[in-house]
Design a protein around this ligand. Structure first.
Ligand code: LLP
Length: 470
């Protein structure tokens, strides 16, 4: 089959498409790296015709391109090896998309995994990820979650005093030291949505800088805590390199302080946050450039403080998985409000992608079954939920469409499935992993029976039961 690269189509003036192959950094691409247009004029991802995938697996359908995910993992890993002379580890922030297959792929690329709940931890362990490569985050871990983390031999990223004290007691009771890192709020502002900023001082996460002296003294006195390092995360979908560069200097200062307290700190985790391109207007730096800035910053700051290079850890989520996935929907009803807009409704929406309604996120879409048709219309893509705000894309530039066409929303790998819900009792979509023409189900589509699996009907409400007449 002859396939035309997406960039060639984009430049030909036919359907308006992103020039995805001008860069090899997945976070700068609107389409997965393997995206092509085939002879049927259909979008192809991972060697699979998207229209055929929808016929086979139904819609909405998350389509995850294995090659794009693996490429992003390798770019992070290789860049750290290139720019940092100390030890390094990339850990995938699995809150972006946690499921067995994704954990297994990321683990097979030599990355660790950041988990934030017993559920994410359980999934990673079930996928065969070794506990030693897992980092457990969260601002309110339960005792049961901490027990799971200790039993699995994870590193626990301690967020607050209660957790510190609880862990210390648990370690003594178990007569086994617990490996911990301390999360602090670095006091760095960055330009991103208010809900996804975490590094500024008014954040629910981490210890305040003015608590750190007390924290270091406390930890030093606890024989059960092996304090291996420090952690900070300043936010998500960040395009400016300056914020992370500033963070490196701040964190090395804290590392020097912790070392001065006699703590055996040897790891520094600078969090994640590198942004991705959702539309042509987004201009994130490449993965390579981000890693270089971080590595140079840590190296220079360590030299300045005369400190040995710590094991440097980064925990990207969005920039690893976001660009690797697209969501395919089937177009249904349309409604034109004269002089105002045309709504095109798809068979999913805020339950499979809550980002537009939550953060006013903007996405791009293409019509997978007529890729070379010119995008002559500007329409509003609506979800099918009973809520006026359930809009997938407010202003989508598309060719004329009709019921049955396959609409593909781009860059949906991060925080879509992981934040999906059953609102309006919609079953959550299936996900397929595509690679070299093969498509494997990695998440089964939920059925109506799944929706009531945990419902319980008290006997007095069961059908046929005669109602008491008061
Ligand atoms: N590390 C920590 C401690 C985090 O809290 C996060 C994201 C990451 C790493 C990964 O950040 P990333 O590389 O993905 O930017 N639901 C929001 C994003 C919330 C991010 C939460 N923390 C969204 O859909 O935009």
């Amino acid at each position: 089959m002859v396939s035309t690269p997406v960039a060639a189509i984009a430049n030909s003036g036919r359907q308006y498409l992103p020039p995805s192959s001008e860069t090899t950094s997945p976070n700068q691409c609107l389409m997965p790296l393997t995206a092509k247009v085939n002879e049927q004029d259909h979008l192809e991802v991972g060697g699979c015709d998207v229209v055929t995938l929808v016929q086979r697996f139904g819609s909405p359908l998350y389509i995850l391109d294995e090659q794009t995910l693996r490429t992003a993992c390798r770019q992070y890993r290789d860049a750290f090896q290139q720019y940092y002379s100390g030890e390094s580890l990339v850990i995938y922030a699995s809150k972006a998309w946690n499921c067995l297959a994704v954990c297994a792929i990321v683990n097979s690329e030599g990355l660790g995994i950041d988990v934030v709940s017993g559920g994410e931890l359980y999934t990673a362990l079930q996928a065969g990820v070794p506990g030693e490569t897992l980092y457990f985050h969260g601002n309110n871990k339960s005792r049961a979650e901490l027990e799971m983390a200790i039993a699995a031999n994870c590193t626990v990223v301690v967020d607050n005093w209660l957790e510190l004290e609880t862990l210390s007691q648990m370690a003594i009771a178990a007569a086994q030291p617990v490996r911990v890192m301390l999360r602090l709020t670095p006091g760095i502002e960055c330009h991103t949505h208010e809900y996804i900023r975490t590094g500024h001082l008014d954040s629910k996460f981490g210890f305040d800088p003015d608590q750190m002296d007390a924290v270091f003294s406390f930890v030093k006195a606890q024989s059960g805590l092996d304090c291996v390092g420090l952690h900070a995360h300043i936010g998500s979908q960040i395009f400016e390199l300056q914020a992370h560069q500033d963070l490196t200097g701040v964190m090395v200062q804290w590392l020097a302080k912790a070392a001065a307290y006699g703590l055996p700190v040897r790891e520094l985790d600078i969090g994640g946050g590198l942004g991705i391109r959702y539309t042509e207007a987004d201009e994130p730096p490449t993965i390579d450039r981000w890693v270089q800035v971080v590595c140079d910053g840590i190296t220079a700051a360590c030299q300045q403080h005369n400190l040995a290079l710590p094991k440097l850890i980064a925990e990207p989520g969005r920039s690893l998985i976001g660009p690797a996935c697209v969501t395919a929907y089937t177009i249904g009803s349309q409604k034109t409000v004269p002089g105002i807009r045309t709504y095109i409704a798809v068979d999913g929406g805020m339950s499979d992608n809550p980002r537009p309604i939550t953060y006013q996120s903007v996405y791009r879409a293409v019509v997978a079954n007529q890729m070379s048709a010119p995008a002559t219309e500007t329409v509003t893509v609506a979800g099918k939920h009973c809520e006026s705000g359930d809009i997938v894309i407010k202003q989508a530039h598309l060719p004329p469409t009709q019921s049955g066409d396959v609409l593909v929303v781009l860059s949906t790998g991060a925080y879509n499935y992981s934040m999906a819900s059953n609102y309006n009792r919609l079953p959550r979509p299936a996900a397929v992993l595509v690679n070299a023409g093969e498509a494997n189900i990695i998440l089964q589509r939920e059925s109506n029976a799944d929706l009531i699996r945990h419902d319980r009907l008290p006997e007095r409400l069961a059908p046929g039961f005669e109602r008491a007449i008061l």
